[in-house]
Design a protein around this ligand. Structure first.
Ligand SMILES: [Zn+2]
Length: 442
């Protein structure tokens, strides 16, 4: 019997030992209504026991978990990997290291690359780049050719090649007709249309939330109503077409209410929120830190409360990061010239536990549902289980550990996060997937 020391070989994904015993963890798998202290035995990448396992005479590797949580592997369904086109900001590989570091075993990458993910070739290229990695990558294809909003992409071909959803994320679909057709095509193959919801006729001079703070700072505003209008439209189009509509990065309190009402009427709508939108308000922009600039922008304290309530009552069933890496040079420019977006993969777990679980908004089981159950269901991907006979696809974390997020422990190529230097409670420990193992370096 030997003990794993928790050190990584140069930050690479290690191959999983032939026999690995996760000893003394708290296994939480809401999909099976399981929350119990148990050992997990993994042999040749497969879970062979979830039970009390006697370690005496065991000839494999043992990891003592001392109450750390073992859950099904987490998925982030909203990530920008920047490859192809801006490999200086992130690549498929570096993004997957950041994902693993943050406790994710699967990510979905958005199509606003150069070229956009609007062809079978680009989907295949990304899948090939991720083939050998611990983290699985599922591309989200563009709704419109080149993401220009004019002509529908060949959605059925893209889905056949492996796209799990479509979105023009980064930009809204301004044409109602195009959005309607996308919903109709996607309902034929049962995938969601993910909406970046913004009426851009109201937002092009905007750099932050429109309101008192934007007036004080003299910055152009992005009103919540620009988001609300589009969400209302797309709810109506989902109802009309029978398609499935998923709201990306919801930030407005009114929009949360629109989604709540639509669900009550039986319309196929789901929603995600990002940790920065339930952690920070527009007040954070006062320092002109370009890492507080994102789309949609940080909103008011009332919007934050509405998002928390939406997460609590499951109007918002997914937490996703909108991980948007940008180079230091670009983010070091003046606020009005800086690009929108922040990194998020490595702080999502800590922020969610600190802001939502430790504050009693949701419990640990609900957090795992929003990271490891609901997104797979929305995307019709198999939901991993901590169960005998399943391939080991696991996220292991310490809900009680306090830690400080440092730029140097981030494995993303970009460091544009407003949370550098923040102390959080709840820390990723390790991920296991595809017969590989990775200990978080945060
Ligand atoms: Zn977006």
């Amino acid at each position: 019997m030997k003990y794993a020391n928790g050190n990584n070989d140069q930050g690479r994904f290690q191959s999983l030992p032939g026999k690995l015993l996760l000893k003394g963890g708290r296994v939480v798998d809401p999909g099976q209504k399981l929350d119990k202290k148990m050992d997990v035995l993994i042999e040749d990448g497969k879970i062979t026991a979830v039970d009390k396992v006697d370690a005496s005479g065991f000839d494999g590797e043992v990891v003592e978990l001392n109450g750390k949580v073992v859950s099904p592997g987490w998925i982030d369904m909203h990530v920008h990997l920047r490859e192809p086109g801006r490999e200086d900001k992130e690549t498929v590989e570096s993004g997957c290291y950041a994902a693993a570091n943050g406790g994710f075993t699967t990510v979905c990458c958005m199509p606003n690359t150069t070229p956009a993910i609007d062809s079978q070739e680009i989907i295949q290229y990304i899948k090939d780049r991720a083939r050998e990695l611990l983290v699985e990558v599922h591309p989200i294809a563009a709704i419109s050719k080149k993401r220009e909003g004019n002509e529908l992409a060949e959605i059925l071909d893209l889905v056949e090649q492996g796209a799990v959803a479509v979105s023009d994320d980064g930009d809204p679909v301004m044409s109602s007709e195009l959005m309607r057709r996308a919903l109709e095509y996607c309902s034929m193959v049962d995938i969601p249309v993910i909406g970046h919801e913004e009426d851009n006729t109201m937002t092009h001079d905007g750099h932050m939330n429109e309101g008192f703070v934007s007036t004080c700072l003299g910055l152009g505003g992005i009103p919540t109503v620009a988001e609300d209008i589009m969400i209302a439209r797309d709810i109506m189009l989902a109802e009309y077409s029978g398609g499935r509509f998923h709201v990306a990065h919801i930030s407005s309190g009114k929009a949360v209410e629109l989604v709540r009402q639509a669900k009550a009427r039986g319309i196929n709508v789901t929603a995600e929120a990002c940790p920065h939108h339930f952690t920070l308000t527009e007040e954070a922009v006062r320092g002109f830190d370009t890492n507080t600039k994102m789309h949609p922008p940080l909103r008011t304290a009332e919007d934050v409360e509405a998002i928390k309530e939406g997460i609590r009552d499951n109007t918002i069933e997914v937490i996703a990061t909108d991980h948007a890496p940008h180079s230091w040079e670009e983010k070091a420019s003046e606020f009005i010239y800086a690009p929108f977006g922040i990194t998020g993969l490595e702080t999502a777990m800590g922020l969610t536990q600190t802001q939502l679980v430790n504050e009693g908004v949701i419990d640990l089981n609900q957090m795992i549902e929003k990271f490891a159950i609901n997104p797979y269901h929305i995307l019709r991907l198999p939901i991993p289980q901590v169960a005998k006979g399943q391939a080991a696809n696991l996220t292991i974390f310490d809900p009680d550990e306090e830690w400080t997020f440092k730029a140097e422990s981030s494995l993303s190529k970009s460091k544009n996060s407003p949370f550098i230097g923040w102390t959080l409670k709840g820390k990723p420990f390790a991920v296991i997937n595809r017969n590989k193992l990775f200990y978080s370096q945060l």
